[in-house]
Design a binder for this molecule. Sequence first.
Ligand code: NAD
Ligand code: MG
Length: 401
Amino acid sequence: MSCKQQLVILGATGSIGISTLDVVERNQDKFEVFALTAGSNAKSMAQLCITHQPEFAVMATTDAAKQLNQYLAGSDCKTIIRSGAEVMAELAAHPRVDAVMSAIVGAAGLMPTLSAVEAGKKVLLANKESLVMSGQLFIDKVKEHKATLLPIDSEHNAIFQCLPSALQGSQNNTKLAQHGVSKILLTGSGGPFLNRDIDTLAAVTVAEAVAHPNWSMGQKISVDSATMMNKGLEFIEAKWLFNCQASDIEVVIHPQSIIHSMVQYQDGSVLAQMGNPDMRTPIAHALAYPERISAGVKPLNFSQIADFTFTKPDFMRYPNLQLAMTACEAGQGATTTVNAANEVAVAAFLKGEIAFTDIYRVNAHTLDATANVNVHTLDEILACDQLAREQAVQQIRKVQR
Ligand code: NAD
Ligand code: MG
């Protein structure tokens, strides 16, 4: 039996998946890849299998699994190839697995992530959409099954690091104020359109929207960063991860992305976590927690930081941020709806079907058009998500006219 941590990486071919494998490669004495999963990119999965030799590789569809088989035919790779969301969920709960990196993009990440939670695993959560979508249910399951939930999102990882160590890991069970915390300061760069004339936002191209100034990420989260829906989803994520109210969280624009978020204490102290914007830092932190390992990240050089600035977000520029914050106060039905509508709207924008500014219109109209009843059970959450997707498709048709 190996004493190395056995890992499942959900979304292995994505930006977070690749960064995770990079950190794993640098720390081969500590981690071993048990299973890798991906959507449709069989070619890049084949390369990962050859390099990392996982026991299992799971593709979302049987077609993609067949392709992977063809790519690996003739190689000496012994990886067992399988397909489907159920298999991903099954492997995320496998008795031999210690930690699961949840890095599928969007709602597709929910079921395998919940499966890891229900098996009491150490869950490294990058897939914020699953928590936004299911909120209380997710957190209740973490408590019930004694799973360890460690945030990968750089802001939430920063906040986690700035919390009193006594609170780290049990922050869902106590009130932050009891530990002297007065506020969470959630920072965001403002994305590529921080200084662009608002009147020209309707003409933004896909290439412009996905060109983030500081971070290299997948397409969906890059668009979300440009609209700042990403910060809105993170606002909701923070509420669940740190057991706080919307009024405990403040969004601060910090264009340089050096500070990754802060915690303010009652005595006036503000603790910040800093570093170069490289996701391998939060990934390494969570993989090794509570120890520290090397991540391959360039050390921060303060003499090279020309500007270090902070402003308030402008909701005229970022209406999606306000929408998500409003939904956060309204409750689970609203947050599940906004998350689903946004996924559909961003996909439509990426396909060139709607304008950049239509993403907000689709999201807002979908929220208006649905009842936003409070949802609690998994069936209710999935039904709410499905209804919002259908409504968003109708709203897309309307804005296209
Ligand atoms: P990405 O698009 O680069 O990768 C997504 C991964 O999910 C790929 O491996 C893809 O094959 C897989 N996938 C897509 N659809 C799937 C499906 N239906 N079934 C199974 N697998 C599927 O995305 P990313 O940038 O790596 O982001 C992943 C998650 O991490 C997102 O939830 C994002 O919000 C979050 N996150 C990313 C970053 C970042 O820097 N990239 C930072 C913070 C949080
Ligand atoms: Mg983030």
